[in-house]
Every structure is written in structure tokens, then in C-alpha cells.
Design a protein around this ligand. Structure first.
Ligand code: ADP
Ligand code: MG
Length: 362
């Protein structure tokens, strides 16, 4: 079987590695040049995009910002999973909020803004602590502006001046003081079976994910159930096939959905060593019509991103239960270069191993 992934980064690479033992061949599309490449070497393969689409059993994406003309072409083949509509929900915060409202899923108080004059009304409605988000092309905290008091409004308006807000509106959210950030990764098969992983707790720094711990500590059955109900409503509501990630804020005992990612997700990388079936394998199983695999956690697990640095000691592998995934990319500031997965028999040991890591990663 063959799966074509739009996007040729680390997620396509990890899908390739998960597919090999199942006899699923994964190819990637470099969307900047419309070329079909090997997901690990990134070298061009001997097929045009049209030929690769024709030869594939399923088409999928590793990121949501795939040019729409490519998505349209992919959708026409009737092999794209999840659907173009689901991918566009992940790529556009306005569509995302509309879906959450339609499905009555709790989310952060917000306003959709199509001109800078409307920002004053946002302050009256939501208060003067706001996060202003471009509705398209944002990731890892890029395309966001924070307002912490009303006097910053003029400065922010200047920074936003020049954006075409009628074409790409802003989503203005109340800045929440939440307990913590959680995510739920789940998978839905073509015939509607659903399996979800335990909730992960995510630590962000400057808008970017640094660490995930799964299962998240202090999650009672009611909270896990609340997250699973949200997942089911979303996945069924979109007739979704594949892995879907739901980022949430925990406020008291309520979960508010922040973002959806229609794909395998950084906060699910722990599943490579912490679960019986990784998110990458389950995504491939779903899009190729195979039975879904077990999503339980074997033991507490942590995923630590290696960000913006290429020099660290591989001696970190001496820590028991420590695994490295290096993506082989050129080093750039704030770029995700690789990640480390840790497992341990309990949270205390996990914390201890995370402290040991500090000696190896700058
Ligand atoms: P992206 O991950 O696409 O950059 P997010 O909407 O997930 O965008 O925002 C990035 C991070 O910014 C979140 O993980 C969270 O830490 C913080 N953040 C986003 N929205 C809010 C909000 N309304 N209140 C407080 N913090 C927020
Ligand atoms: Mg996010």
C-alpha cells in the first residue's frame, strides 16, 4: 500500500518510519515545488505529482497550510483523508471557531475582526488583556500579538497596519489565565471507530511547545471523559478519518478548546515509545482502512523538543528509557530540530530523568 503525504518535514518522516513494518510505502510532497520526494532523504522520486496521486491508496497531510490548489487537486482523487474541509478548519481560525460554535464545543471568548477600528469594541467586550491572532498561516506563536493593557492599542494597531483584514480577518481572544494546557490526540477510522490516547499536558514557552507529559498528571476519569466527548463530537461532526489533535486549556474543571490540528501532532510524539501504537502508525492504519491499534499508555512518558540547536551530546542515550528522534534539518533559531522521548515507571522517576537531560542539552 502507498500513502502520499503533503509536506516533507519530520511528521512525514515519522509516518514513513511507522509505515515500513506494515508494508505501507510513504512518499512526501514538497509543496514549495510540487515535487514528490523521499520523506527521509528528501531526494526527488521518479514520479510527477499526478503520477504519485494516481499510484497512492491514500493522500494525507502533515501540516494544514497546504496551498488550496493542491488540496483541491488531492480532493478530486477521492483519496484525501482527512477531507479538504477538515484540513481547512485547521488552517483557518475563523472556520475553526465557526465549527466549535456549530458543534457547541466550549472555547475561548473571542471576536472575529475585519478592520482595525473594531479592536476598541473588542476591549469593551473582552477586556484589555487580549491575544490577537492572524486567522491564517500562524504556528508556534507566530502571527500573534499580545495586548496587556489598553494603552498598547495604538502600538498594536500600527504593527497590524498593512494587513488585509477583509481577506484574512483577525481572531481576537480574551487572554485566559488557565490552570494548564492539555491536548487530546485521537484517531477515527473510515467506518467511524474511535480510539483516543490519554490526555497530555503541554508546556509552552513563547507560544511554542517545549515539553509534553502523558498521561497528564492529575487527570480524573471525569476530565478524561470530557475530553473524549469533545473529541468524538468533533471527529464525528467532520466525518473525520485519521489522527486529529485537540489543544485545550483547563480552566477549573472545564476544558476549553483552543486549536485543532488535522494531523499527527507534536504533543503526540510521546506515543512512539509510550504507547502500544504510535500516532503515526494509527494515522496510517486509519487512512489505509486497517484496524486501529491500542492507544493506552504503557507508563508515564515525556517528550522534550530540541529547539534551535544542533549541538548536544548523544550521550543522553545513556539515560534508561531515553530515545532520540533527530529530524536532520538545518539549524535555525526557534526551529524544531528533533525531540527526546523518555519513559519511566512513575512520575518521580520521569522528573528525575528530565533533570538528568539538562546536562546533555544546552
Ligand atoms: P499556534 O500554536 O498556532 O501558534 P495557539 O493558538 O495554540 O497558536 O497559541 C499558542 C500558545 O499561546 C498557546 O499554546 C498558549 O500558550 C498561548 N495562548 C493562545 N491563546 C491564548 C489565550 N486565549 N489565552 C492565553 N494564552 C493563550
Ligand atoms: Mg497551538
Amino acid at each position: 500500500m502507498r500513502v502520499l503525504v503533503y509536506g516533507a518535514g519530520q511528521l512525514a518522516q515519522m509516518m514513513y518510519l511507522a509505515g515500513a513494518p506494515l508494508g505501507i510505502e510513504v512518499e512526501a510532497v514538497d509543496v514549495s515545488s510540487d515535487t514528490v520526494v523521499h520523506p527521509v532523504s528528501k531526494l526527488p522520486l521518479d514520479a510527477s505529482l499526478e503520477q504519485a496521486i494516481e499510484a497512492a491508496d491514500a493522500l494525507t497531510v502533515e501540516f494544514e497550510h497546504v496551498p488550496e490548489r493542491l488540496l483541491e487537486q488531492a480532493e478530486k482523487s477521492n483519496k484525501l483523508m482527512p477531507s479538504m474541509e477538515a484540513i481547512l478548519v485547521g488552517a483557518d481560525r475563523v472556520r475553526e471557531k465557526q465549527l466549535l460554535e456549530t458543534l457547541q464545543i466550549p472555547n475561548c471568548s473571542h471576536r472575529i475582526v475585519t478592520s482595525l477600528d473594531e479592536l476598541d469594541a473588542c476591549i469593551s467586550a473582552l477586556g484589555d488583556k487580549l491575544i490577537i491572532k492572524a486567522s491564517r498561516d500562524g504556528y508556534d506563536g507566530y502571527g500573534q500579538w499580545r495586548l496587556t493593557s489598553a494603552d498598547q492599542l495604538e502600538e498594536i494597531k500600527q504593527a497590524l497596519d498593512g494587513l488585509d483584514l477583509s481577506a484574512v480577518p483577525l481572531v481576537v481572544e480574551k487572554m485566559l489565565s488557565f490552570e494548564r494546557e492539555l491536548s487530546l490526540i485521537g484517531v477515527r477510522s473510515q467506518n467511524g471507530d474511535i480510539k483516543v490516547y490519554p490526555i497530555a499536558e503541554n508546556l509552552h514557552y513563547q507560544g511554542q511547545l517545549h515539553v509534553s507529559v502523558a498521561p497528564a498528571p492529575k487527570v480524573d476519569a471525569a476530565l478524561q471523559q470530557q475530553a473524549e466527548d469533545i473529541f468524538k463530537r468533533l471527529a464525528d461532526g467532520m466525518q473525520y478519518t485519521g489522527v486529529l489533535a485537540v489543544e485545550m486549556f483547563q480552566c477549573g474543571d472545564q476544558l476549553l478548546v483552543n486549536e485543532l490540528a488535522p494531523r499527527v501532532h507534536n504533543s503526540g510524539h510521546w506515543t512512539l515509545t509510550g504507547s502500544d501504537t504510535s500516532q503515526f502508525e494509527n494515522h496510517l492504519r486509519a487512512v489505509t482502512g486497517l484496524p486501529l491499534g491500542d492507544t493506552g499508555a504503557r507508563s508515564p512518558a515525556a517528550m522534550i523538543n530540541i529547539i534551535g540547536c544542533g549541538t548536544f551530546s548523544r550521550e543522553l542515550l545513556s539515560i534508561p528509557g531515553c530515545h532520540l528522534h533527530w529530524y536532520g534539518k538545518t539549524v535555525r533559531d526557534k526551529r524544531k530540530m528533533g525531540h527526546i522521548n523518555l519513559t519511566a515507571e512513575n512520575y518521580q522517576m520521569l522528573g528525575h530523568k528530565m533533570q538528568q537531560l539538562v546536562a546533555y542539552v544546552p
